[in-house]
Design a binder for this molecule. Structure first.
Ligand SMILES: Cc1cc2nc3c(=O)[nH]c(=O)nc-3n(C[C@H](O)[C@H](O)[C@H](O)COP(=O)(O)OP(=O)(O)OC[C@H]3O[C@@H](n4cnc5c(N)ncnc54)[C@H](O)[C@@H]3O)c2cc1C
Length: 375
């Protein structure tokens, strides 16, 4: 063995880093939740009734076989001089190299007039608590019309058959991923499946049954869930004196300001940018392990992509929505290609899976419209 590795956080980045390192390093994975590592992006299935265990990435035996020591306790601090992680129970986990993958936390704000039945959705326990509340609720409102909010709203309306509303303060839903026409197409589909969307208004205050909006109207909201974005979980790094800003600041080799400490996943900030997608967490977990094993090439994040299936419509958003819009329409499909100086910057596909592979390949390259004419 080359030495000791400690990884703080058992999300995708942490499990990826630990499993890539365990062959050559004595590896300990510190899990802050009372579950084995699970697929966070599927926790809505638990709201609909799935057992938590069905979302576990691997059974306990898998970690044993790989030689990964699991610790179920939160890390409370990092002793950088002593090269150890201090756990909440006071025990210490020594390291030669440490990887921080503490992820992010859901953001919310207080709603005047309401104390109970307000949730956010980030962890398995959040999903279990939300399910319990929904079992006796007669209405549900999601604050935030982004990807997670819409998927949650659709899934609750299908599983619980109660009135579901989405409040979006932007001009239309998914305004970061979609152009306005594509967003309207998706909104119509959502409304046909029973989810009411209120865009261009914000949540103001609430009582036990209603949520009052900035335009003076209200929606039924026995249970409310915030889905308005995440903030990097950087506390432990900040307390240890590492450089942080929006997230834990890393260089393109995923090293923090301490050369023996790397960071990966939602928790990091690289070149002023934070992430928030599973694909980047996985890539960074692998890269952090490679760097520890001697890789000196820079980490270059893949182009972000978002895939969503809501109310029977497939939506994919690749790259960024900047530049001139070129629209191709089929009978129930639509492709919007954003082109800047002859280069494809982003693509939105609605019910156009047939050109998905071509679209992935097209982002960042010269624009060739024949690729999209087949829609
Ligand atoms: C409902 C939902 C749906 C999503 N859907 C998608 C999707 O469709 N596509 C997509 O790309 N992304 C999706 N995401 C985002 C994706 O899940 C995250 O980008 C990804 O989980 C980030 O992985 P991570 O390993 O960096 O952090 P996380 O998965 O957040 O894991 C971090 C872990 O570290 C633990 N931790 C924090 N502090 C400590 C401490 N001090 N000690 C010990 N442990 C600690 C946390 O409890 C957590 O378990 C979704 C997220 C949610 C919540």
């Amino acid at each position: 063995m080359k030495g000791k590795i400690a990884v703080i956080g058992g999300g995708i980045a942490g499990v990826q880093a630990a499993s890539s390192l365990a062959k050559d390093w004595d590896t300990t994975l510190i899990l802050g939740e009372n579950h084995l590592p699970y697929y966070r992006m599927r926790i809505e299935e638990v709201i609909a009734g799935a057992e938590p265990e069905s979302l576990y990435m691997h059974p306990a035996a898998w970690y044993e076989e790989k030689g990964i020591h699991l610790i179920h306790d939160r890390a409370s601090s990092i002793d950088r001089e002593g090269h150890s992680v201090v756990l909440e129970d006071g025990k210490k986990v020594p390291y030669d190299k440490l990887v921080i993958t503490t992820g992010s936390n859901a953001f919310s704000f207080p709603l005047e007039g309401r104390t109970g039945n307000i949730f956010s959705l980030r962890t398995m326990d959040d999903a279990l608590n939300l399910r319990t509340a929904l079992l006796s609720a007669d209405s549900f409102t999601v604050i935030g019309g982004g990807l997670l909010g819409l998927e949650l709203a659709y899934s609750v309306s299908q599983s619980f058959h109660i009135p579901v509303s989405v409040i979006e303060n932007g001009p239309y839903i998914l305004s970061r991923q979609l152009d306005e026409d594509s967003a309207r197409m998706l909104q119509e589909s959502l409304e046909r499946s029973g989810v009411k969307v209120f865009a261009g208004v914000s949540a103001d205050h609430a009582d036990d049954t209603l949520l009052y909006l900035s335009d003076g109207t209200s929606v039924p909201a026995a249970v409310i869930c915030f889905s308005i974005g995440v903030r990097c979980e950087k506390t432990i790094a900040e307390d240890a004196g590492l450089v942080t800003d929006k997230g834990i600041v890393v260089n393109n080799g995923l090293c923090t300001s301490d050369p023996d400490i790397l960071a990966a996943g939602d928790a990091v900030e690289l070149d002023g940018r934070t992430f928030g997608l599973a694909m980047h967490a996985r890539e960074m977990g692998m890269k952090a392990a490679a760097v520890i094993n001697g890789d000196t090439t820079p980490y270059i994040p893949s182009e972000p992509s978002a895939l969503l299936k809501v109310g029977g419509i497939d939506v994919a958003s690749l790259g960024s929505m900047t530049g001139e819009k070129n629209v191709f329409e089929g009978s129930d499909s639509r492709v919007t290609v954003f082109v800047e100086n002859g280069t494809v910057r982003g693509i939105v596909l609605i019910n156009a899976k047939s050109v998905m592979a071509a679209a992935r390949n097209a982002v960042g390259k010269g624009y060739d419209e024949t690729v999209f004419r087949t829609v």
